[in-house]
Design a protein around this ligand. Sequence first.
Ligand code: ATP
Ligand code: MG
Length: 235
Amino acid sequence: MLLSAIDVIAGYQPDLPILHGVSVDVAKGEIVAILGPNGAGKSTLIKAIAGLLPLTGGRITLAGQSIGGLPAHRLLHAGVSYVPQIGNVFTTLTVHENLRVAAHTLSGRYADRLERMYALFPDLAAKRRQPGRQLSGGQRQMLAFAKALVTEPSVLMLDEPSAGLAPKAAETIFEKVRELAQGGVAVLLVEQNVKSALRFSDRAFVLAEGRNRLAGTADSLRADPAVADIYLGKR
Ligand SMILES: Nc1ncnc2c1ncn2[C@@H]1O[C@H](COP(=O)(O)OP(=O)(O)OP(=O)(O)O)[C@@H](O)[C@H]1O
Ligand SMILES: [Mg+2]
């Protein structure tokens, strides 16, 4: 596995863990969904892996090397990129400025990388001089996505990239995610929509109350009535 999180214990206060030993992993070129009801700890897990929350237990490895406890900027350099659930676009900066800020977290030339983003997201290319606040919800998600990609990560984590989007915009996002995975990126995807998540991912982990509840291939989980029961709080 390219990235493994093993028995992660983390939370927002040291004496109040939200994750009570959660394990997930993702291989190169794979899309792995993290599912579970509201408050299950999905975003907390992604934040812990992204280096935004301290670990009080467990291990996180990238290509076999320990990355647990590294700060977020070090993780970006190591190739782990993250699109948060909300607040991922600077509304007063233009599309281009947003991308430049994101690209600046890495040293070296970034002009080529920006052009690659515009090739990948033609809607953003057309709006490059417009401020973030003038983008539609779908375009904002695209920009957030492009900001995470401009660092050319090997692991991309997306927290509910389709939330609040029209079906067509959501579909476009998922198609881009699929393309990236085909190009070798390991994708960890948090999704509220179980059906589309299990359609787009290779494997999934279902969490509830800060613990692993189910895991398996997307195909096996699609056929498993236990998934719906977990969402309904029945088990
Ligand atoms: N910034 C925070 N400070 C303190 N507690 C938090 C914070 N963010 C989340 N929590 C708590 O952590 C628990 C898990 O929240 P988390 O956001 O990880 O859930 P989630 O699975 O992403 O849910 P959702 O589907 O609603 O996004 C919840 O009980 C929540 O109240
Ligand atoms: Mg969340």
